[in-house]
Design a protein around this ligand. Structure first.
Ligand code: NAD
Length: 247
């Protein structure tokens, strides 16, 4: 579904991002994924090359909260592969502290990654897409962007902001043939969920009508659809992929 496309996926070393990287590669795209550290990027690359030595894949670890670092990384991708068609803003961190224990530094770090990095990569990516006649920006939102969350308020606040960027940039960039959409996952079986306290997760799973947590591939399938030409008239959408679960 993505032959000849060049995609950047942030937070691609594990979890949802890794599943998106693999899904895009399996559908003919060239993928550059970003992680935080050389070792985790290298480990993900080794895994992918082992699965299919013909994958066109590269890993990098720029500080995506810093726009100068994003500009350098995207310029490298453009120089190497000639264009950038798709950017998936997926890197994100969660939080579960109560408001009383929530310190300012934690609030700042969640906003830096979950919001500012989305802005940075969208801004720099859109410039290359416009030059190239169009493209697709996809964001990882969350079910908490609809319902809020009873602790760790910085996390849902950041995902409400992701929805705001998605809808606003869809309206701003439509004229440049750039579509902007988000996927809002429910509870997905990744390290992020494994790291949350059991008392927080258990009642959520038991309330999911479809009777299970989602798997990263469930989310990757939604990203594939939205990245592809099958979604050519879809922009500004927040697609819930959550088994009808509510939090
Ligand atoms: P994960 O913890 O398994 O992976 C997070 C990814 O983000 C990793 O690749 C990591 O390298 C990257 N990352 C973390 N800190 C970073 C930083 N400072 N700079 C750059 N990259 C960084 O998490 P996941 O569950 O796969 O989450 C991926 C996205 O999905 C996040 O945006 C998260 O908010 C969202 N999400 C997850 C769930 C879920 O249930 N797992 C539900 C809704 C939304």
């Amino acid at each position: 579904m993505l032959p000849g496309k060049v995609a950047i996926v942030t937070g691609g070393t594990r979890g949802i991002g890794f599943a998106v990287v693999k899904k895009f590669l399996d559908n003919g795209a060239t993928v550059v994924f970003f992680g935080t550290r050389e070792e985790t990027v290298q480990a993900a690359l080794t895994k992918l090359n082992h699965e299919n030595p013909n994958y066109q894949v590269m890993g990098m670890y720029p500080d995506i909260t810093n726009i100068a670092a994003v500009e350098r990384a995207f310029a490298d991708v453009k120089n190497r592969f000639g264009k950038i068609d798709i950017v998936v803003n997926n890197a994100g961190i969660s939080s579960s502290e109560s408001l009383y224990n929530y310190d300012e530094d934690n609030f700042d770090s969640i906003m830096d990654l979950n919001v500012k990095a989305v802005f940075n990569c969208s801004k720099v990516g859109a410039k290359y897409m416009k030059e190239n006649g169009g493209g697709v920006i996809l964001n990882t939102s969350s079910m908490v962007s609809i319902y809020g969350q009873a602790a760790g308020c910085g996390y849902p606040a950041s995902k409400f902001a992701v929805n705001g960027l998605t809808k606003s940039l869809a309206r701003e960039l439509g004229r440049d043939h750039i579509r902007v959409n988000a996927v809002a996952p429910g509870v997905i079986h990744t390290d992020m969920v494994d790291s949350l306290p059991e008392e927080m997760i258990k009642p959520i799973i038991s309330s999911i009508p479809i009777g299970r947590m989602g798997e990263p591939e469930d989310i990757a399938n939604a990203f594939l659809f939205l990245a592809s030409d099958m979604a050519s008239f879809i922009t500004g959408a927040i697609l819930s992929v959550d088994g009808a679960g509510m939090c």
